[in-house]
Design a protein around this ligand. Structure first.
Ligand code: 5GP
Ligand code: ZN
Length: 116
């Protein structure tokens, strides 16, 4: 269920420190080490899944849970009204660099009308 060489598995297991904002039985959420906007949080399942392409039917509840954790964090961090994005990179063209599923929660500054 976890990969000994995976940095996000190590963060989820507290073997590597992070600025933790949320933890429950399914996920951890912590500040991105290189924030691209004032609020930049990573929501990460405790189970090792390589990315969106590694998801199966058994992960449907997990993904719904991640969306609701993102909603709660956005409210707690004060960006629910100003607006926010939840973004997932999948594969090389999308720029995925860590191959453990994670949702970026981005907010706290206008991000413009363009997606890329
Ligand atoms: P992606 O794979 O979606 O492109 O992004 C991976 C994200 O993980 C990047 O935004 C990067 O800054 C972040 N990241 C990589 N290593 C660490 C780490 O050790 N700690 C934290 N907090 N963030 C990390
Ligand atoms: Zn992992």
């Amino acid at each position: 269920m976890s990969d000994p060489n995976c940095i996000f598995c190590k963060i989820a297991a507290k073997q590597i420190p992070s600025a933790l904002l949320h933890e429950d039985n399914l996920v951890v959420a912590f500040k991105d080490i290189a924030p691209q906007v004032p609020v930049h949080v990573l929501i990460v399942p405790k189970v090792h899944v390589s990315g969106l392409d590694g998801l199966g039917e058994e992960h449907k509840d997990l993904v719904g849970h991640i969306a609701l954790v993102g909603q709660k964090l956005a409210r707690d961090l004060g960006v629910a009204e100003s607006g926010y994005r939840m973004v997932v990179h999948c594969g090389p063209d999308a720029g995925q660099t860590v191959f453990h599923l994670h949702f970026h929660l981005l907010g706290g500054a206008p991000m413009g009308g363009k997606m890329v």
